[in-house]
Design a protein around this ligand. Structure first.
Ligand code: GLY
Length: 374
């Protein structure tokens, strides 16, 4: 890693930590998702089962790892404990267990071997494995009201939940978990990645025969379009599957999606990443969270190919110069995120945008804190 980039990343993390120290001291009891007038909301009361409820805890562990300040550890554990209400609610357990328990319980267990954290994480992994559809070879994404509406639905985002299964196999020496992750990754490689390297968001299967029926535009612009956060989940998700399994075909898939992403970046005059690469050219809405997640995936690929590291740097330099808010009176880090193209919110802040920005900077600084990767 080039020293200049490493120093720049370290300095940026220092500035972020300084700001978030103040922010965390006024955010002692919350699990934030977004902000209103610059201040965090609280999903503890709003919806404890929301898919992003592990990222605040993850940010706290990241900051604990680089500063050693106890407040971060306390808040991370508080977040983990609050998620028990989700763990005990079968209707609130969906495929996003990786997003919720990797940055909380697994991170905690990896740091100090905490037994309660181990139990939480393993229970979440068992639940995730139980969502596997054996004829379609996919992990079911969402729940429904027991009417089967979502029984055949899988989404590209789930690639990021597979590390919970790989972790479970590692700690239990039971290959069932990783076998399920591998089957899901193979399915996603077959049905979710298009000829040109872009990824679909939602795949719909016949849940009885397992037959792939069609794709849906989901949070992107339209059917057939390229939702940028979905591309980012695919790059990072396949890179992580390659990392855990050692299987080069996943690395090749991650690189194909990354090549598509870089090609789209280079075609634009503007470095802000749109919500969807196929959105109308006059639509200037962006998704900085997609840029931060893509940077994490590109840095993984950049370990063996400089082209990807350079692309990650381009994204991070743009984000830190133009989209990073270091004003200590505002709770968020990244501006101009988007939950979905057809959202009623023009632009918003998103806690996972902040989380993956820190993750990318930690990778760049050489102080990688292992949450999604071992
Ligand atoms: N996993 C849902 C999203 O990326 O919005």
């Amino acid at each position: 890693m080039n020293d200049t980039n490493q120093n720049w990343a370290e300095k940026t993390i220092e500035a972020i930590e300084k700001k978030l120290y103040r922010v965390s001291r006024r955010s002692l009891e919350i699990i934030p998702y977004t902000t209103k007038d610059g201040r965090f909301d609280d999903m503890t009361k709003e919806n404890i089962c929301w898919w992003t409820n592990g990222f605040w805890g993850g940010i706290m562990w990241q900051l604990f790892s680089c500063s050693g300040k106890n407040i971060y550890k306390t808040l991370a554990i508080r977040n983990e404990e609050k998620l028990d209400a989700n763990l005990l609610n079968p209707y609130g357990m969906d495929h996003d267990s990786g997003f919720k328990w990797l940055p909380t319980a697994v991170a905690h267990y990896k740091l100090d071997g905490n037994d309660k954290s181990f139990q939480r994480a393993l229970l979440a992994a068992e639940n995730l494995a139980g969502r596997f559809n054996v004829t379609g070879n996919y992990i079911r994404a969402w729940n429904d009201n027991n009417d089967g509406t979502n029984a055949g639905t899988a989404i590209i985002d789930c690639m990021m939940n597979l590390p919970l299964l790989y972790w479970a196999s590692e700690v239990t020496l039971d290959p069932r978990f990783s076998q399920i992750a591998i089957r899901h990754a193979d399915m996603a490689q077959k049905y979710f990645i298009r000829e040109n390297g872009s990824a679909i968001h939602i795949g719909v299967f016949d849940p009885v025969t397992g037959e792939f029926i069609h794709s849906v535009g989901g949070q992107g612009y339209a059917k057939g379009s390229s939702w940028t956060r979905g591309q980012a989940w695919a790059i990072y998700g396949f890179a992580l599957s390659a990392h855990y399994t050692g299987n080069k075909k996943y690395l090749e898939t991650a690189k194909r999606v990354a090549d598509y992403f870089i090609d789209q970046m280079n075609k634009r005059n503007d470095m802000g990443i749109p919500i969807d690469f196929s959105q109308p050219p006059d639509c200037k809405r962006e998704d900085s969270s997609a840029a931060a997640i893509a940077a994490c995936g590109l840095l993984e690929l950049g370990k063996t190919d400089k082209k990807y590291k350079d692309a990650a740097l381009q994204l991070l330099e743009f984000l830190c110069k133009n989209r990073l808010c270091l004003d200590e009176d505002k709770d968020y880090l990244l501006e101009k995120c988007a939950d979905s193209f057809h959202s009623d919110k023009e632009q918003m802040t998103l806690i996972y945008g902040d989380y993956f920005l820190i993750e990318a900077l930690l990778k760049l600084s050489g102080n990688d804190f292992p949450i999604f990767n071992p």
